[in-house]
Design a protein around this ligand. Structure first.
Ligand code: PLP
Length: 686
């Protein structure tokens, strides 16, 4: 649908068509309450019973309980509540129950959160202890053997949602057995359903939660297996449904759909075989290796689900990879789905001891069991397309890209940023306040376009630029003498500023960069066009300072854009006479059509990065053309738009509406009254 390639199957999956039909049938025809004794109720009850019987056979649940519920998070609560109520009863009787709640360090957050919650509510007062994993993500069995004797409950997942790493459940069972512990054992089987053979009743597993939406059933339906004889306390009390184990009228549409998926699994005629899934993953991995030189896989394929790849690319952040894949309509996720918006390091990969760049830069590509040959083939083509877009933008430093950048480039991470002043004609550049995290990026740009770095300067004294200098190699003269701000000892130009001060300046293309003192241990830099031996205030286009509030008022004008290097409010840049931002800067896609008709001179400006722009696969034919001005280049363009006099209406667009909002706000603050942002971004406009 919508020509998107959905490779985020570990987050959720599409519904099996036959399952959707079953759900629709329940809603339209067999809508009875399975607890009713009349015919309408009985027709629904048959569906419920058949789904349960199928689940019992498929999971090998034997004499154990198998109840339907709302999903794995609920199943986890029920399991933890059941175990801890039993633990508390034993505590009250004065029996020894151990003092630990042990959970795998890579468990889904629902597990430690549920343990902490019920431990607190029930007053069981046990200590939550993470069981370490090795570099491959497998539980440390020696550590388990040491912890198990003192454990009241042990929680270990069957397969990890971020890496697909399949746990050694036999090894864990043996370690638990050997320790002689009475601990109750929960295995989160969410990612294992349909991908690993389970025969639960033959194991020591006490609780096993499952979730429908990870395997082509709808969201909001799941199952919990409880071993025969294991303690059980209902989480929800009421009308006694599910034989009193989970009250509340059943989610029959969800259960009917899940029943169809379980039946398909049991028949084995609907989903690709394991061998096919392995083949699909191998093809995706090959496509990634070809498109993204240096790609490193964070999961060992032979020890993980055949449907999961987790990788990082040196010098390219997970945000950037996410964005480029999204532009090509390939849906992947950064780390786990829950933390996708934050781009924080993945705690799962951290627990495996991977270096920060691999953990913070990780992308998970996972497919559901309904994937087919054509999807994989298109995915491989689009991966190649993304690689080409990243290379063309100089993001991957294996070949020079065609178009060198010219002018000002802003490179930031989390409220801090550095600046590159680039002159394409002379292939020279100046680096201002480079962030250590962006060393690889700056190097890729410089090497990709063969720029000569004239200076690497800082707005505060004593910044350590050694790693960047080393990384730039022959592109920067490391022998040249510099002062504590990185400013070259020998500069050809002496210029007089508007306040009469005489300062040093470096020429770059037709412009000059002049340095000015900005208080104790601080410098500001002015970029502009000189007039003879003067740098008049009105010819200063940009002033770089550690903070937006500047000490450069006397040597600049209202037209000068203030470029902060600590941009805590993410303003991109500021002006001396910023105006309050009006509230009317959002346009939705309907309002956009009307706006463009009323303003034929309006320009659509796509502020996504060049690699996203280049990788874009339109959702529909005939999508409206936009000019590409990446957010990192906005300040350069803002200066031109503002100096242009007449303010042509600007409508900024991006993927989700966040960056375009920043751009529109920035332009409004700078006094460009006719700038707007497309609400919801291209994701909704498509
Ligand atoms: N456990 C694992 C391993 C998961 O991947 C998920 C889903 O993200 C959950 C638990 C929570 O499942 P549900 O969405 O059904 O509550």
């Amino acid at each position: 649908m919508n020509n998107e390639i959905y490779l985020d199957g570990n987050a959720t999956t599409c519904i099996l068509p036959a399952a959707a039909l079953a759900a629709a049938d329940i809603m339209a025809e067999r809508y009875g309450n399975p607890s009713s004794s009349h015919g309408t109720g009985l027709r629904a009850k048959v569906v419920l019973d058949q789904a349960r019987q199928c689940a019992v056979r498929l999971l090998g649940a034997g004499e154990g309980r198998l109840m339907f519920n709302s999903g794995a998070t609920e199943g986890i609560q029920t399991a933890v509540l059941s175990a801890l109520v039993a633990v508390r009863e034993r505590q009250v009787r004065g029996e020894s129950v151990g003092s630990l709640l042990v959970y795998g360090a890579t468990e889904h957050k629902a597990v430690p959160e549920a343990l902490a919650h019920w431990n607190r509510l029930l007053g069981t007062n046990l200590k939550l202890t993470a069981l370490p994993v090795d570099g491959g993500g497998l539980h440390d069995l020696a550590a388990l053997r040491a912890l198990a004797p003192d454990a009241a409950m042990i929680c270990t997942m069957a397969a990890n949602n971020e890496t697909g790493v399949v746990s050694d459940l036999d090894g864990i069972a043996a370690a638990i057995e050997a320790s002689g512990t009475t601990a109750l054992w929960m295995v989160d089987c969410v990612q294992a359903l349909g991908k690993l053979q389970l025969n639960l009743a033959t194991t020591r597993i006490d609780y096993a939660p499952f979730s429908g939406h990870k395997l082509h059933a709808p969201k909001g339906v799941g199952m919990l297996y409880v071993r025969a004889g294991a303690p059980f306390t209902p989480l929800v009390m009421g009308g006694g449904q599910e034989t009193g184990q989970r009250s509340g009228t059943e989610n029959m549409a969800g259960i009917a759909a899940l029943g169809v998926v379980l039946a398909a699994l049991e028949r084995g005629d609907t989903f690709p075989s394991h061998a096919q899934l392995h083949g699909y993953r191998a093809r995706l991995a090959d496509a990634l290796r070809a498109a993204l030189p240096g790609v490193v896989f964070n999961n060992a394929f032979e020890k993980s689900l055949p449907t999961t790849l987790n990788f990082a690319v040196p010098g390219v952040s997970s945000r950037e990879l996410m964005d480029v894949f999204d532009a090509a309509r390939v849906r992947v996720s950064a780390g786990s789905a829950c933390s996708a918006s934050k781009a924080a390091p993945s705690y799962v990969l951290d627990a495996m001891g991977l270096p920060l760049w691999r953990s913070a830069g990780a992308i998970r590509m996972s497919f559901g069991a309904m994937v087919d040959e054509a999807t994989i083939a298109t995915a491989c083509q689009r991966i190649a397309h993304c690689g080409a877009a990243l290379r063309a933008a100089g993001m991957i430093a294996d070949q020079p890209s065609a178009e060198p950048d010219d002018g000002l480039l802003q490179l930031g991470v989390e409220g801090e940023c550095g600046w590159l002043v680039l002159d394409a004609a002379s292939r020279s550049c100046i680096v201002i306040d480079p962030l250590p995290a962006l060393t690889a990026r700056i190097t890729a740009i410089v090497r990709g376009h063969n720029y000569r770095v004239l200076a690497i300067v800082a707005t505060t004294a004593g910044a350590d630029h050694a790693p960047l200098v080393k990384s730039l190699g022959a592109h920067y003269d490391a022998e040249a003498l510099t002062d504590a701000f990185g400013w070259p000892a020998i500069t050809a130009h002496r210029l007089t500023l508007a306040d009469g001060a005489e300062v040093n300046a470096i020429a770059i293309g037709g412009q000059v960069l002049a340095q000015v003192a900005a208080g104790e241990g601080a410098r500001a830099y002015l970029l502009g066009v000189k007039d003879g031996v003067h740098l008049p205030a009105d010819l200063v286009r940009f002033a770089f300072t550690a903070h937006a509030e500047s000490q450069v008022a006397a040597v600049t004008t209202e037209q000068t854009l203030l470029c902060p290097t600590r941009d805590a409010r993410n303003q991109l840049c500021a002006g001396h006479a910023d105006v309050a931002c009006a509230a009317d800067l959002q346009l939705d896609s309907h309002a956009l059509d009307a706006f463009l008709q009323a303003h034929p001179d309006a320009m659509l400006v796509d502020v996504r990065e060049p690699y996203e722009f280049a990788a874009t696969i339109a959702a529909t034919a005939g999508a409206r053309a936009a000019q590409s001005v990446p957010l990192s280049r906005l300040v350069e363009h803002a200066s031109l738009w503002l100096r242009g006099g007449t303010h042509q209406p600007l409508v900024f667009v991006c993927r989700s509406g966040n960056r375009s909002m920043k751009a529109a706000q920035c332009l409004r603050r700078l006094g460009h009254a006719s700038s707007y942002s497309l609400t919801g971004g291209l994701a909704l406009a498509a």
